[in-house]
Design a protein around this ligand. Structure first.
Ligand SMILES: C[S@@+](CC[C@H](N)C(=O)[O-])C[C@H]1O[C@@H](n2cnc3c(N)ncnc32)[C@H](O)[C@@H]1O
Length: 200
C-alpha cells in the first residue's frame, strides 16, 4: 500500500474514533482532537455541502434582508463562513477549536473569528442574526444553547440534518419558529428561524 493510501486509512480511523459517542455530549476535547485532521467533515470538497451553504445564504437574504451582522456559532474552519461573508462585511465566528479558528481566519480574512464556547464566550456586540449550522448535535443541553442564542442577537437561525429531526424537533415545539427543508444529493436538512423580543 502506498503512503497516501495508508494516510487515508489512518485519517478515517481517527475521524471515526473522535466522533464515536460525541453526539449530544458536549465532548469538546474530542472535537478539538478531531481538528488534527484538515476538514474532518469534508465540508470543503462536497457538492451537497456547497448547495447547503447556498441554500442558507438564500434563506438569509429572503428572511433577513436588512441584517448587517452575523454571528456564526460553531464556525469550524470557516467553510460556511466564506459564504456568509458574501452577505455583508460584518461576520463573526466562534468555535471551541483553536486549530479550526486559525483555518477559518485564513479561509475568510474578512471575518472576525474567536476561540470560545458558544455557551460562555463574551460577545463583542449584539448581532442582527445568530446562526448555528450543524452544531446542535454536539451539545448536551440544547435548550441552554438556544436560550443563549436568543440573548446574543435579534434573530436566530439553526440548521440540522433531518436524520436528527426526531431528536431536535421537540426543542422547537414551545418556540415560535418558522421551518423549511432542503435536500441535495439524497441528504435533507431542516432550517428553523425566529425573531427575538427587542432588547429593553
Ligand atoms: C459540523 S461543524 C459545523 C461547521 C459549520 N457551521 C458548517 O455548518 O459548515 C460543528 C462545529 O461546532 C463546533 N462546536 C461544537 N461545540 C461547540 C461549542 N460548545 N462552542 C463552539 N463551537 C462548538 C465544533 O468544534 C465544530 O467546528
Amino acid at each position: 500500500m502506498c503512503c497516501s493510501g495508508a494516510r487515508l486509512i489512518v485519517q478515517r480511523l481517527w475521524r471515526r474514533l473522535m466522533l464515536r459517542g460525541v453526539h449530544y455530549t458536549s465532548a469538546e476535547s474530542r472535537l478539538k482532537l478531531l481538528y488534527l485532521l484538515n476538514d474532518p467533515w469534508k465540508l470543503g470538497s462536497s457538492e451537497r455541502e456547497k448547495q447547503r451553504f447556498l441554500w442558507a445564504n438564500e434563506l438569509i437574504q429572503r428572511e433577513f434582508p436588512s441584517q448587517k451582522s452575523i454571528l456564526e456559532i460553531g464556525c469550524g474552519e470557516g467553510h460556511q463562513s466564506s459564504y456568509f461573508a458574501r452577505l455583508g462585511d460584518c461576520l463573526y465566528g466562534v468555535d471551541i477549536s483553536s486549530r479550526a479558528v486559525g483555518r477559518a481566519r485564513r479561509r475568510c480574512p474578512t471575518g472576525h473569528f474567536v476561540v470560545g464556547n458558544a455557551l460562555s464566550f463574551v460577545p463583542v456586540r449584539y448581532f442582527d442574526l445568530v446562526v448555528a449550522a450543524e452544531v446542535l448535535y454536539y451539545l448536551r443541553d440544547i435548550d441552554l444553547v438556544l436560550d443563549r442564542m436568543c440573548l446574543l442577537g435579534a434573530a436566530c437561525l439553526v440548521t440540522y440534518f433531518n436524520h436528527h429531526a426526531d431528536r431536535l424537533d421537540p426543542f422547537f415545539e414551545g418556540r415560535a419558529t418558522t421551518k423549511a427543508s432542503f435536500s441535495s444529493e439524497g441528504t435533507s436538512w431542516t432550517a428553523r428561524w425566529w425573531h427575538n423580543s427587542p432588547r429593553a
